[in-house]
Design a protein around this ligand. Structure first.
Ligand code: NAG
Ligand code: NAG
Ligand code: NAG
Ligand code: NAG
Ligand code: NAG
Length: 489
């Protein structure tokens, strides 16, 4: 049968909705709260992997869509939606809180959107997170290996839907618990390429920001961080080192007693950025309104070019507060909060108000609440098993195989502190190719970096917290662009 005839008879039988959906049904044409013109095309919708409906939002590059890399962005948790990145970090819009509180936010274009230089996919993963859902809720019981396999299946289907992007360089990026998602997925993608999976993904490398890596490195990061940042005294530091032998991952009784002194000293700080006030109590609220005895220069520490205030509420792993990610079931953030295992300096109102608005869900092709459930920044409807162990062997294999890696870290994050990322990148044992040096943004020192053989770079962002682009959007776009463009940072 001739192709046209086939299409016509297919359409008569099944209606043309299917064909249109594949071609252009996922184009986003307007967004509630935004009155301007989109600087590039946006697409969103579901890709079905078995019984799992995985939701993505795709922003086409504003520079050169056919040449610029395609980047998959993943937020962590586990259980947190990648709309965290879209709304609060490097998405195409800055969200201004609606008035009155809880009403629809106003969207402004973000001059530092990562879509300025890349095609970027925000994926809600694993199934059960954000807008991703399944009618079979047994699929919500998952873990590292299953998630990596599902996301690899998603990618193959996604590139088949958007074949014009399959030749672009492809990168995987994420932060926090995505320190696990990124290397495990990269490993699946490489396996697929080696096995001749179609379409062939043009995978070139990956980026991890303030990422979880393995319990030994992660747990040993806090004490040197607290000491370096003057949160504990030399005496406390020396005592805790003597009692624990610089190894805090399996504390003895005496080590534990000394760690108490550290925990006591850091209690009340905003773990996601030690320079930011913590908003969880009335005293913190007062400080945030300028009622503080700190000199103005100190209050301005960490200031940067950002139009809107850093949100007051955030989710993520709470490393120092005795909830480390060990092998086995990982407690989800809402459970940690309920057990008072960590401070709740947190507020996700803007994202929650916008993404639960029926008109917004319709505009972005997300199923309504009665099908996909309410959108939550971090869900507790999944059960998640950390079953991939330490990421060190993954990083070794990927970098030895020639994939590029950028390991970046906001140096004022205490949740997954830079001390851990610095230690594990060094532990790979690669020759230093770029000696520790400062890097610049806008004529100012923006942080430090060290380059290693096999194209793995460790980079800090001075004064940034756990979610780097939220704190330092301009600096973040600068290093992101230079690294993707293979220029010196
Ligand atoms: C699909 O494309 C056609 C032709 O360009 C257009 O008329 C139609 O509105 C589009 N549909 C959607 C859902 O974007
Ligand atoms: C539901 O999902 C689970 C986990 O993937 C699977 O083992 C089971 O067969 C599925 N149930 C049905 C009825 O498809
Ligand atoms: C710390 O202790 C853990 C558990 O006993 C062990 O696996 C690890 O190798 C130790 N790390 C160092 C740096 O000694
Ligand atoms: C903060 O303001 C309250 C009420 O105005 C006042 O009682 C208190 O002394 C102030 N604290 C500081 C540190 O300025
Ligand atoms: C772009 C780049 O830095 N490439 C380097 C990656 O690592 C290999 C081996 O270490 C070098 O030979 C390349 O020059």
């Amino acid at each position: 049968m001739d192709k046209m005839l086939f299409v016509i008879s297919f359409c008569m039988l099944f209606s043309c909705a299917f064909i249109e959906a594949v071609q252009n049904g996922s184009l986003v044409t307007q967004l509630p709260g935004f009155n301007g013109v989109f600087p590039s095309k946006h697409y969103s919708g579901y890709v079905k992997v078995d019984e799992k409906n995985l939701f993505y939002y795709f922003v086409v590059s504003e520079r050169n869509p056919s040449k610029d890399p395609v980047v998959l962005w993943l937020n962590g948790g586990p259980g947190c939606s990648s709309f965290d990145g879209f709304v609060y970090e490097h998405g195409p819009f800055n969200f201004q809180e609606g008035k009155p509180e809880g009403s629809l936010p106003t969207l402004h274009l973000n001059p530092y959107s990562w879509s300025k230089v890349s095609n970027i996919i925000y994926l809600d993963s694993p199934v059960g997170v954000g807008f991703s859902y399944s009618k079979n809720t047994s699929t919500y019981i998952t873990g590292d290996r299953q998630t990596a396999a599902d996301t690899q299946a998603f990618l193959l289907k996604w590139f088949a839907l958007y074949p014009e992007f399959v030749g672009n360089p492809f990168y995987i990026a994420g932060e926090s618990y995505a320190g696990i998602y990124v290397p495990t997925l990269a490993s699946e993608v490489v396996k697929g390429i080696n096995a001749g999976a179609k379409p062939r993904i043009n995978f070139e490398g990956y980026m991890v920001g303030n990422g979880v890596t393995g319990s030994v490195f992660d747990e040993n990061a806090l004490v040197p961080f607290a000491h370096g940042m003057a949160l504990i005294s030399d005496d406390i530091f020396e005592e805790v080192v003597a009692a624990c032998g610089s190894n805090y991952s399996k504390p003895t009784k005496s080590c534990d007693e000394n760690l108490e002194k550290v925990y006591k000293a850091i209690a009340g700080l905003n773990i996601y950025d030690i320079l930011e006030p913590c908003y969880h109590d009335p005293i913190g609220q007062q400080d945030s309104k300028g009622n503080t005895s700190l000199p103005v220069s100190f209050q301005k520490l960490g200031a940067t070019e950002r139009p809107l205030a850093v949100r007051t509420r955030m989710f993520g792993r709470a490393w120092p507060f005795r909830a480390p990610v060990k092998d086995g079931i990982v407690p989800l953030w809402p459970e940690l909060a309920a057990n008072k295992l960590q401070v709740a300096c947190t507020n996700d109102e803007v994202a929650t108000a916008w993404l639960n608005d029926a008109a917004v869900r319709k505009a972005i092709h997300a199923e309504p609440e009665n099908v996909a459930g309410p959108w939550e920044l971090c869900t507790d409807r999944i059960s998640y098993d950390h079953d991939a162990g330490s990421m060190i062997p993954y990083h070794k294999t990927l970098t030895s195989d020639g994939y590029r890696a950028l390991i970046f870290s906001g140096d004022h994050d205490m949740c997954v502190p830079y001390t851990g990322s610095q230690a594990w990148t060094k532990s790979l044992g690669y020759k230093t190719t770029i000696q520790w040096r400062s890097w610049f943004s806008n004529g100012q020192v923006a942080g430090y970096l060290q380059g290693y053989d096999h194209n793995i770079t460790f980079l800090t962002i001075k004064g940034a917290g756990h979610t780097v682009p939220e704190y330092k959007p301009k600096e973040a776009l600068d290093f992101y662009k230079r690294w993707l463009d293979r220029k010196p940072i």
